[in-house]
Design a protein around this ligand. Sequence first.
Ligand SMILES: [Fe+2]
Length: 260
Amino acid sequence: MGLIDLHCHLLPGVDDGSKDLDMSLGMARVAVQQGISHIVLTPHHMDGTYVNHKADVLAKTTAFQTALEAAEIPLTVFAGQEVHLTGDLMKALDADDILFLDANEHYLLLELPHSGVPAYTREMIFALQTRGIVPVIAHPERNHGFQTDPDKLYDFMQMGCLTQLTASSYVGVFGDSVEKLTAKIINAGMGVTFASDAHNFKGRRFLMADAFAKLADQAGAETAARFKNNAKAIINGDDIALPSFKRLSAVKKKRRFWLF
Ligand SMILES: [Fe+2]
């Protein structure tokens, strides 16, 4: 088994990711080159621009798997959604219109608004947890709310949320500050797994091999192995034991102490 990618916009023509089947097959070849063998297809859902109903994503994923096989691309795909945090989320769950990262419906890829962390996020996380759902927060390093107050991420992890850091964030695609924040989250023990969030060939693309090489170099082979195993645990719906993690502010203080 190669790498597992829990978040990408590879499904053709459904959101701001791949435009058509040709592009999707081209991107799929890049994914294979990056060592990826399994991908959860996670089109945007309920983000104010895109709605991708569960039944549609299931049907389109089956069709895309057939196209991959016809093109002899060795990639297994699963149906998922990047679920936006919205007041309508509970209604969508009741209507069985939500896809999870695993067949047990345990792990939910949750996207917060990029502009910040809404005041009702904590209540919503509690509401999800009472249903036995574990939110996996998509790319917190790219969210303005966590960028300005990273301790909010610590609070959500204390509540039981997990994090999905984006591979391209860690290797600098979104600039220096996002790259540094990704590294800080990892150093604080709050990184759980990488995913590509690939949308195209340039910019937001598959950089999983690059990110894992950097992770092994900067944080050690054990951490890299843990990130890979966590992706497998999530897709299988298995429990994840997290190492101890700290507030980012606590990590900073320790460094200052050693400098002086
Ligand atoms: Fe995404």
